[in-house]
Unconditional design. Structure first.
Length: 246
């Protein structure tokens, strides 16, 4: 049985500058796969290509089908959803209205189905339920990240692309966000997690890839990567070898 997402020999360029060179990776349903690496390694570019936001060469297959001819809207309708690094919320709209916009691709499902999904999101992220009438622009950084996740869940994704979910958050909030991500896997959602916080990413992921200057340098089960001296020294610090895999 093929993986939910397969990326083969992917190349992505900005003009004459190639940012991603020959990257291949795969992710199965209900698994968390992380891509770690330094700033400028091509991690966000990789997600943009999978989402259809950036032209690419190579092959991207989702549920066994090539996505080459699929527009972004088609990918969303088929269950692929990106939570961007900047979160891109509508600051002047309420939490509830931001969530409702996340279900735009499901508008044919009817109001009752969308309302049921919103109730599920509130149950999973109770902080959002408490602030449902609050404007998104008044939320804390952690609450904004929760809202970005909740909005993505409104589309009923099968594959969630997360770009730097811990960016700018305090350590305790990072722990809470990654706990939420871990619980999402239990629903059957596959998660492709791009993250600079290698320690947190490897703790929740099943498998990991290290991306350096647009190329895959190392890959393997998260516990194996966490114990790899090259990863430990470069990304985890001296205590890196003690990190347990997800």
């Amino acid at each position: 049985m093929s993986a939910l997402l397969e990326v083969r020999d992917l190349h992505v360029a900005y003009g004459k500058v190639e940012a991603v060179h020959g990257v291949s990776l795969a992710i199965d349903a209900a698994r968390i796969v992380t891509v770690i690496g330094p700033n400028g390694a091509g991690k966000t570019t990789l997600l943009a290509a999978v989402m259809g936001l950036q032209p690419s060469r190579g092959e991207i297959r989702y549920e066994g089908q090539s996505v080459a001819e699929w527009a972004v809207e088609e990918r969303v309708a088929r269950g692929v959803c990106l939570v961007p690094e900047r979160r891109e919320l509508f600051a002047a709209m309420s939490v509830a209205d931001n969530l409702a916009l996340g279900a735009f691709s499901r508008r044919r499902d009817g109001k009752r189905a969308v309302a049921a999904t919103q109730d599920e999101v509130y149950a999973r992220l109770p902080r959002l339920a408490e602030r449902r009438r609050q404007l998104a622009g008044t939320l804390s950084g952690g609450e904004r990240q929760m809202l970005a996740l909740g909005r993505a869940l409104m589309s009923k994704p099968r594959l969630l692309l997360l770009d730097e979910p811990s960016l700018g958050l305090a350590p305790l909030i990072v722990k809470e966000i990654f706990s939420i991500i871990t619980r999402l896997r239990e629903t059957g959602v596959a998660i492709l997690l791009v993250e600079q916080n290698a320690r947190a990413a490897l703790q929740v992921a099943d498998y990991g890839y290290v991306l350096e200057t647009g190329e895959l340098a190392i890959e393997g089960p998260s516990a194996t990567l966490a114990a790899d001296p090259r990863v430990a020294v470069t990304y985890l610090g001296k205590a890196g070898t003690r990190v347990a895999g997800g």
